[in-house]
Design a binder for this molecule. Structure first.
Ligand SMILES: CC(=O)N[C@H]1[C@@H](OP(=O)(O)O)O[C@H](CO)[C@@H](O)[C@@H]1O
Ligand SMILES: [Mg+2]
Length: 557
C-alpha cells in the first residue's frame, strides 16, 4: 500500500482502539456483543467491506444488527456480491483485524492480506458498500463507525440505506450487482406484484373459501413490523393486524426466537386472538414462525415452525412442478428433469423430515448455520431450506428459471389459460416473491399467505400436515465446549472418545429416540437435542445425555 493509504489508515484507526481483553470471532451471525464494545469492530468490518468490494469488483453490504438478541447488544455482518453471507475464506481475516490490538498491527495485517489476495488498491474498480441497520438505538453511531472504516480505504464509498431488515439489505446488494432496480421501494414493489400475481391465480373453487382472512403479526418491536405496515397498505383486500411495532422494548417477550424457544404467546396477544392465524418476526426480520393461540387460559401456543413452513412450500412447489411436467395432463416431459431438494439441519423434527421424504423429495442435512443450508440448497434447480427456528427460503437456479421463461413463452401461445400456463406463472411469481439472497420473514410470510389462499387451507389444516414428535432442547455449560467435535452434519460426536457410544446406548433405550449434542456457535454452551415418542421420554433422554456431557467434559465452575 502507498504512503497516503498507510497514513490515512493509521490516522483513522487510532480513533477506534479495541477495548482491552475482548476477543470476538466472526461466527454464524457475524460479530455480535454488547453494543458498548462494538465500535472498533464495526470500524474494522467497514475496512473489510471496502476491501471485499475491491477484490470482487462488486457492491458489498454491511448490516448492523444483533437480530433476536437483547436491545443493548449489536452486531455487524457482511453481504457478499451474490447477496449471500461473506465467503468463509475471509472469516479468518475478519477475526484477525477485529482483534488487532493497535493501529500498526492492523495496518500490517491489511498489508499482508492485500498481497496474499492480490488486491490492487489503486487500479481496478472503486469500492461501494451499502449500509443498513436495524432499529437499535446504538445503530446510528455504529453506522458512523462503519463509514469511517470504509473511507479509511481510498476510493471507497459508503451508501447509507438507513433502517432496513437484514434480508432487504441482502436483496439490494444482489439486485444492484445484477443491474436490476435495487431501492427499498423496488423491493416492496416486487413483493407486492408477485404476491398479487399468486392471488390472481388462486383456483376458482378456493377464491371465496373462508380460511379466516385475518392475520395477526408480532413485529418483535423491531424493523420488521414497520416495514410490514408499509407493505400491507399495498393490499387493501388483505387484513393484517401488526402488533409490537416499536412502542415496546425490542425482543423483550416478543419475536420469533422467543415464541419458538419458549412456545408461549408474545406480549400483546390475548384471549381475543384464540384460533386466529398469528405470526411472529424476529428483531431483524429474517426469521418467521406462525402460531395458534390456545383456547384455555394457559399461555402455551401451538407452534407452526420453520419445518412446517418448509413443508408447505415443498408441497406447493412440487405440485406446480408436476403440473408443468405433464403434457396434456398425461405424459411426463422427459426432456428436462429439474432437481427439487429440501435442506434441513439435525434440529428439524423427525416427523417433518419423514413428511418431506414421503412427498418423494430428496432431503439433505447440513450443519447448523444458514450459510451451510444455503450452499447446499444452491446445488438443486429448486432448493428449499429452513432451520426449525424459521430462517429459510427457496432458491431457483438460473438454468431452471431460463427453462421456466421458455415454457412461459411456449404455453402462452399454445396453451393459454391452461393449468400448465398457470403453474408456470405461479412458479415464476414465487421466484420473484421469495428472497433469493437470504431467508426473509416478510417475503416468506407473503408466500405462506398466498399458498394458504391457493389451497383454501386454514392454519389448523396446515398445522396438521404432520404431527411433531415431542422434543427437548437443553443447554449444558462446560469448561471448554470446543472439546466436542462432531461429524455427519453434527449428528455424531467424534471427540472426546467414548461419548458417542454412551449417547447411542442411552438413545437406544427409547423407542424412536433420536439425540445429538453439539457446541453452540453463538453461546458458550453445548446444546443437547432429544426426540422421542412422548414428551416425558424426550425430556428424560435429554436429561440423561446432558448428564453424559457433564461427565465427559466436566461442568464449568
Ligand atoms: C439450535 C438453534 O436454534 N441454533 C441457532 C443458533 O446457533 P447455535 O450455533 O446453535 O448457537 O443461532 C444461529 C444464528 O442465528 C442459528 O442459525 C441457529 O439455528
Ligand atoms: Mg434474525
Amino acid at each position: 500500500m502507498n504512503n497516503q493509504q498507510r497514513s490515512l489508515l493509521l490516522e483513522k484507526s487510532s480513533l477506534f482502539i479495541p477495548p482491552q481483553g475482548v476477543k470476538l470471532s466472526y461466527g454464524t451471525s457475524g460479530f455480535r456483543a454488547d453494543a458498548a464494545i462494538m465500535e472498533s469492530t464495526v470500524y474494522r468490518v467497514g475496512i473489510l467491506a471496502a476491501l471485499r468490494s475491491m477484490k470482487t469488483g462488486a457492491v458489498i453490504g454491511l448490516m448492523i444488527t444483533a437480530s433476536h438478541n437483547q436491545v443493548s447488544d449489536n452486531g455487524v455482518k457482511i453481504a457478499d456480491p451474490s447477496g449471500g453471507m461473506l465467503t468463509q475464506e475471509w472469516e479468518p481475516f475478519a477475526d484477525l483485524i477485529a482483534n488487532a490490538p493497535h493501529p500498526h498491527s492492523l495496518v500490517q495485517l491489511i498489508d499482508d492480506f492485500l498481497k496474499k489476495e492480490n488486491i490492487e488498491l489503486e487500479g481496478g474498480k472503486a469500492a461501494v458498500v451499502l449500509l443498513g441497520r436495524d432499529t437499535r438505538p446504538s445503530g446510528e453511531s455504529l453506522t458512523e463507525a462503519a463509514k469511517q472504516g470504509i473511507t479509511s480505504i481510498l476510493r471507497s464509498t459508503p451508501i447509507d440505506e438507513g433502517i432496513l431488515t437484514t434480508p432487504q439489505l441482502h436483496w439490494m446488494v444482489r439486485a444492484r450487482n445484477r443491474g436490476m432496480k435495487a431501492s427499498e421501494s423496488d423491493y416492496f414493489e416486487q413483493l407486492a406484484s408477485s404476491f398479487r400475481c399468486l392471488l390472481d391465480l388462486v383456483p376458482q373453487e378456493n377464491c371465496n373459501k373462508d380460511i379466516n382472512d385475518k392475520l395477526i403479526v408480532d413485529g418483535a418491536d423491531g424493523v420488521g413490523g414497520d416495514k410490514l405496515c408499509i407493505l400491507k397498505k399495498m393490499f387493501t383486500d388483505l387484513c393484517i393486524d401488526v402488533r409490537n411495532c416499536g412502542s415496546g422494548v425490542l425482543n423483550e417477550g416478543v419475536g420469533a426466537d422467543y415464541v419458538q424457544k419458549e412456545k408461549v404467546a408474545p406480549r400483546g396477544f390475548g384471549p381475543a386472538d384464540v384460533g386466529i392465524r398469528c405470526a411472529s418476526l424476529d428483531g431483524d426480520a429474517d426469521r418467521l414462525v406462525y402460531f395458534i393461540m390456545p383456547s384455555d387460559s394457559h399461555n402455551k401456543i401451538e407452534l407452526v415452525d420453520g419445518d412446517k413452513i418448509l413443508s408447505l412450500f415443498a408441497v406447493f412447489v412440487k405440485e406446480q412442478l408436476s403440473i408443468i411436467l405433464k403434457h396434456d395432463g398425461m405424459v411426463e416431459d422427459k426432456s428436462y428433469q429439474p432437481t427439487l431438494g429440501v435442506v434441513q439441519t439435525a434440529y428439524a423434527n423427525g416427523a417433518a423430515t419423514d413428511y418431506v421424504k414421503q412427498l418423494g423429495l430428496e432431503t439433505a442435512i447440513t450443519p447448523t448455520g444458514v450459510k451451510f443450508l444455503h450452499e447446499k440448497a444452491a446445488e438443486y434447480d429448486i432448493g428449499i431450506y429452513f432451520e426449525a427456528n424459521g430462517h429459510g427460503t427457496i432458491l431457483f437456479s438460473e438454468p431452471f428459471l431460463g427453462w421456466l421463461e421458455r415454457k412461459n413463452d411456449e404455453v402462452s401461445t399454445k396453451a393459454k389459460g391452461s393449468e400448465q400456463e398457470k403453474a408456470v406463472l405461479r412458479l415464476l411469481a414465487v421466484s420473484r416473491l421469495i428472497n433469493q439472497a437470504v431467508g426473509d420473514a416478510l417475503s416468506g410470510l407473503f408466500l405462506v399467505e398466498a399458498i394458504l389462499q391457493h389451497k383454501g387451507c386454514t392454519i389448523h389444516g396446515w398445522n396438521s400436515l404432520y404431527h411433531d414428535l415431542p422434543s427437548r432442547q437443553l443447554k449444558v455449560k462446560v469448561v471448554d465446549r470446543a472439546s466436542i467435535v462432531t461429524a455427519n452434519a453434527e449428528t455424531v460426536v467424534v471427540k472426546p472418545d467414548g461419548i458417542q457410544e454412551a449417547i447411542s446406548a442411552e438413545t437406544a433405550k427409547y423407542p424412536k429416540g433420536r439425540c445429538f449434542v453439539r457446541p453452540s456457535g453463538t453461546e458458550d454452551v453445548v446444546r443437547v437435542y432429544a426426540e422421542a415418542v412422548t414428551q416425558e421420554a424426550a425430556d428424560s433422554l435429554a436429561r440423561a445425555v446432558a448428564g453424559l456431557v457433564n461427565q465427559f467434559l466436566g461442568p464449568s465452575s
